[in-house]
Design a protein around this ligand. Structure first.
Ligand code: ATP
Length: 308
């Protein structure tokens, strides 16, 4: 059984078709990137999965449940980080996590969860004074409570600094390896490419492409080159990257490590290797990013399509 399955899912707001005939399958143990520009329908889809929004037509199955019929069963099994996550400004970060643990009847230690997302030192501070990135980390901490079977991350990268983005990648990998399905929405292609097993591209409510990142990439051939940008390149990084199977060339120019590999699929292995060294990547930059090009090519096609 898939973790998330939608069939011909549609949602209309009056005359606006926010989601059209969406067929989506996300398996347990996979990281699925849900990509699309602003207004494509990503949040609407996520809200339907959680029964915060009612679908107009189609079928939805989340871990064997229809969210419309069993919203509580679904919400108990999903950890959500969304743009709309609300906090109590006077309560501390620890209060928030402790409350989530109580609600979930989970056995987590609040301080360990805060440590995992990198805000343990702010555990006793009132959340009203938190920065955007700190709120994001706290939202992620709350989503992780109780080891959910599905982790839904709606634009998790917004506001995160490079260290936060690195931690997020590590957490996503660990959650996937534990068997959770990670459903990750974003419009930042490069970051998605580095972490997702499969990607679906949504445009005007329609899924215009869905495949593994590698296969989408081969549909628009390009050299497998990318840059890792650091505050200053750590000494052990170039050799470690060179040693990754499939890497054919590594050069250092200022703060940038330029990597060429035999096959674009090697990119995620390189990023994982650098993350394992505790070297903080400030930016991952793919000149003429492949996924970005796939995105442009499929959305241009969709724009040219005349609706019947
Ligand atoms: N409650 C609502 N009432 C009317 N229209 C809505 C409502 N919610 C969403 N929409 C519309 O549905 C479309 C899809 O919006 P949605 O928020 O799902 O997009 P998104 O892909 O999540 O975008 P973003 O990246 O900006 O968050 C948009 O045109 C939006 O204006």
């Amino acid at each position: 059984m898939a973790a998330i399955e939608t069939r011909s899912l549609s949602k209309r707001f009056g005359s606006l078709h926010a989601v059209r005939d969406l067929d989506l399958t996300v398996e347990s143990g996979e990281v699925f990137g849900f990509l699309g520009p602003n207004g494509a329908g990503k949040s609407t889809t996520i809200n339907i999965l959680l029964d915060f929004v009612r679908r107009s037509s189609g079928d939805v199955n989340v871990l064997g449940y229809d969210p419309e019929r069993n919203p509580q069963a679904v919400r108990q099994r999903i950890g959500v980080l969304s743009e709309g996550t609300g906090f109590y400004p006077r309560d501390t970060a620890r209060d928030h996590v402790a409350f989530a643990i109580e609600m979930e009847r989970a056995g987590d230690d609040p301080d360990a969860v805060l440590e995992r997302v990198g805000i343990a030192d702010a555990a006793d501070r009132a959340v009203g004074g938190f920065s955007k990135g700190m709120r994001k980390r706290l939202g992620l901490a709350i989503a992780l409570v109780g080891d959910p079977e599905i982790l839904v991350l709606d634009e998790p990268l917004g506001g995160l600094d490079p260290e936060g983005a690195q931690r997020l990648r590590e957490i996503i990998r660990a959650e996937r390896d534990r068997g959770a399905a990670v459903f990750f929405s974003s419009h930042i292609m490069d970051q998605v490419e580095a972490i997702c097993d499969r990607v679906g591209i949504l445009h005007d409510g329609e899924l215009v492409a869905v495949d593994t990142v590698d296969r989408l990439r081969t549909s628009v051939a390009e050299p497998a080159r990318f840059n890792l940008v650091f505050a200053s390149v750590p000494e052990d990084v170039p050799a470690a990257v060179r040693a990754v199977d499939g890497v054919t060339d590594v050069t250092v120019a200022g703060e940038t490590v330029r990597v060429t590999c035999r096959d674009p699929a090697v990119k995620s292995a390189v990023v994982a290797r650098v993350d394992s060294l505790d070297a903080t990547i400030r930016d991952i930059d793919t000149p003429g990013s492949s996924l970005e090009r796939v995105f442009r090519s499929v959305t241009d096609d969709a724009d040219g399509h005349v609706d019947g």
